[in-house]
Design a protein around this ligand. Structure first.
Ligand code: HEM
Length: 421
């Protein structure tokens, strides 16, 4: 009896993995995978680089099987623009790629600012920063990466979290408790027609929407926190990392700021008159490429793209890294050279279609303009006041970066800030 059962089970599993692993007809090409995992174990942590190696053999559009689902990597910036201009490419997978962080700049945040700022030693602020730190730290550990490969495991999340010691749900709960207090405070004090901030506006609008539920309020705030904190702070960390290693760029930046703006605070209205600053920010974001694969998209229906068949729910990953670091496009992509974004007279910006660190299309970054303004203001006002350098005994650091959760950060390093004047 046991023998028959085992034979039946083996036959069933063999059939199942054969059926699941069989590449759909006309699906984009890619390397063969192994049973159960497909190509998931071939990619490694730095998947955006691994797929570039596959591109040599299979072309710009690569199809892989990641556990139970099919995934397509788009490596050509033109293909990414074309695909993401179509609504069918704007689905999301059920599970979000979350990031790990230390968060410093929340006190000027979108959701919680109503004219006043939280001081760094404000207990509420410190509580929030600690929860966020711990939350981000926990989200890509233990069992969690497996959910990307086998989303079906999410059905057993409670038990798996318990067994693997996954703590991210605990921190999410604490974060939601924090949001709960702030939302209640807003509800109590808001006046209809006079929104003080994003939460007031959201509360007011939510009253008009029939399908809107309380949980939507929490997840919207969560999206903004996750999308908007680590990303901007990491970009600023990269900024000082690059500038400390490129004093000549730093001096040009400072000269432009001091000549055009002088010693008063730099404001957003100065932006258009500071092309070198703008070019430097574009170059910082190109070379740091903090979100090399963005967040996974999913196609919402069966479709044909560039002659390839993509079944509904195929995960689509734009490989921004391929465009941002392409030798064909930039000539010397590994060099930090803001001048590449300027006309020869240095007066105007030169745009490049491969520059898309915020993504493109309907699902591109919701916070792009806020992030660009924040980076501009922090960078200019700091460079105006201080000179950044590395200690003499600091080893040379590569610009490759380290992938922490979803974002790429510089290698740990020391920085010295000296007053400019
Ligand atoms: C340097 C800073 C930032 C970078 C590089 C960045 C990059 C990105 C990227 C690559 C995506 C995914 C695009 C796609 O899937 O095609 C994204 C999505 C998103 N970002 Fe940002 N982001 C930054 C700052 C911010 C800020 C400040 C906020 C909010 C305050 C924010 C909120 C979001 C949200 C909510 C999404 C999801 C949009 C959607 O699914 O429709 N991001 N971001």
């Amino acid at each position: 009896m046991i023998f028959i059962l085992l034979t039946f089970l083996t036959a069933f599993l063999t059939w199942y993995f054969w059926a699941v692993g069989r590449r759909p007809k006309n699906f984009p090409p890619g390397p063969p995978g192994i049973p159960i995992f497909g190509n998931a174990l071939q990619l490694g942590k730095y998947n955006y680089k691994t797929v570039l190696a596959f591109r040599e053999k299979y072309g710009d559009i690569i199809g892989l099987r990641m556990g139970t689902h099919w995934t397509v990597y788009l490596n050509n910036p033109d293909d990414i623009r074309e695909a993401f201009s179509k609504p069918e490419f704007s689905g999301r997978t059920g599970f979000h790629m979350l990031m790990d962080t230390t968060v410093e700049e929340l006190n000027s945040g979108l959701a919680f600012s109503h004219g006043e700022r939280y001081e760094h030693d404000d207990p509420q602020m410190q509580d929030l920063m600690q929860i966020l730190d711990e939350f981000f730290d926990s989200i890509m550990k233990g069992i969690r990466p497996f959910y990307f490969i086998f989303p079906g495991l999410l059905r057993f999340k409670k038990i798996l979290s318990f067994v693997s010691g996954d703590t991210s749900d605990k921190f999410r709960k604490r974060l939601f408790e924090f949001f709960g207090k702030v939302i209640e405070e807003h509800r109590r004090t808001m006046q209809v027609g006079q929104p003080r901030d994003f939460i007031d506006a959201l509360l007011e609008e939510s009253g008009k929407l029939r399908d809107f539920q309380e949980i939507d309020l929490y997840t919207t705030l969560m999206d903004l926190f996750i999308g908007g904190t680590e990303t901007t702070s990491t970009t600023l960390v990269w900024s000082f990392f690059f500038l400390a290693q490129h004093p000549e760029t730093q001096e040009k930046l400072a000269n432009e700021i001091l000549t055009v703006v002088g010693n008063r605070d730099v404001m957003l209205s100065d932006k258009l008159r500071l092309p070198y600053v703008e070019a430097t920010i574009l170059e910082i974001m190109r070379l740091s490429h903090i979100a090399p694969n963005a967040a996974p998209h999913a196609v919402t229906q069966d479709l044909i793209f560039k002659g390839f068949y993509l079944p509904k729910n195929t995960v689509v990953l734009p490989n921004f890294y391929a465009g941002l670091m392409s030798t064909e496009i930039w000539g010397d992509p590994d060099n930090f050279r803001p001048e590449r974004f300027l006309t020869p007279d240095g007066k105007s910006l030169v745009r490049n279609k491969a520059w898309m660190p915020f993504g493109v299309g309907k699902r591109s970054c919701l916070g792009e303009s806020l992030a660009r303004d924040e980076i501009f203001l922090f960078l200019t006002n700091l460079v105006q006041q201080v000179r950044v350098s590395m200690p003499d005994d600091e080893p040379l650091h590569s610009f490759e970066g380290i992938l922490n959760g979803g974002t790429l950060t510089p290698e740990p390093h020391r920085i010295i800030f000296n007053n400019r004047i």
